[in-house]
Design a protein around this ligand. Structure first.
Ligand SMILES: [Zn+2]
Ligand SMILES: [Zn+2]
Length: 248
């Protein structure tokens, strides 16, 4: 499976990632991607960007090196009510938000029932379109309840490639269970690299192995093509056309 859009990419703005937007766009182009989503960490993550980073995303060209640049965040729930570390007016300016648990962001891991409740509450924010690495064993979830809630809310469950390569050891079992449940109930899935350096952009080989082995069909993958992504995020494709006089 080749994806045309990778929505989970970190830049130097995350504080612990290594590539610039220009480097990421160049690499994405060479790999045949049509879009990348910048999903730098929300400000609650130690070393994460200031809130100004997210309002300044408007200065970025919509297309760089022929690759569409989507403005996003990997936001953190900061309390049991599912409030996020980015205020709603800032979220509203973005193309999408991923929500996922991370250590050190003020909310400790709890029981599967409570963790699930937080994620379901966070999905009430209209910009939240993807649950990031929900198979992370450090923050166990009630798989069935979470997948059904995501399906009902039209939110995609991420199968995160880094979880099988160099992060969140022990993710495989829960990721497989999430993918199997998504296949069973017809929830949407997002395949992501979680790249922290340009050379990882668009790399979802392991994620697709896990998802397809669990029965996920290509039609369930929201970032499979630019067109499926436009529909999923309700983007205005005209905004991403290169015009004379626009940045390139
Ligand atoms: Zn993450
Ligand atoms: Zn990430």
């Amino acid at each position: 499976m080749r994806i045309q859009a990778d929505l989970h990419v970190h830049t130097v703005a995350s504080g612990h990632a290594f590539s610039t937007v220009a480097e990421i766009a160049r690499e994405a182009r060479s790999r045949g991607l049509r879009a990348v989503g910048l999903a730098d960490h929300g400000p609650a993550l130690p070393g994460g960007p200031h809130l100004y980073h997210f309002s300044a995303l408007r200065f970025l060209p919509r297309v760089m090196d022929g690759v569409r640049i989507l403005r996003g965040v990997e936001a953190n729930p900061v309390n049991a009510r599912g409030d996020l570390d980015l205020p709603d007016p800032l979220l509203a300016r973005l193309d999408f938000a991923i929500v996922g648990f991370h250590e050190g962001c003020g909310l400790k891991a709890s029981t599967p029932r409570k963790n699930t409740r937080v994620l379901i509450a966070a999905m009430a924010h209209p910009r939240v379109r993807i649950l990031g690495h929900p198979g992370n064993p450090a923050f166990p979830v009630d798989v069935r309840a979470l997948v059904v809630a995501a399906r009902d809310r039209g939110v995609a469950l991420e199968i995160n490639n880094a979880s099988f390569v160099n992060a969140r050891k022990g993710s495989l079992e829960t990721c497989h269970a999430i993918a199997a449940e998504a296949a069973r109930v017809g929830a949407m899935v997002c395949l992501s690299s979680d790249a922290h350096v340009a050379q990882q952009v668009g790399e979802v080989t392991e994620a697709w192995q896990v998802a397809s082995a669990a029965g996920v069909r290509p039609e369930q993958v929201v970032n499979r093509t630019w067109d499926t992504l436009v529909r999923f995020l309700e983007l205005d494709p005209a905004e991403f056309e290169t015009r004379p006089g626009a940045y390139r």
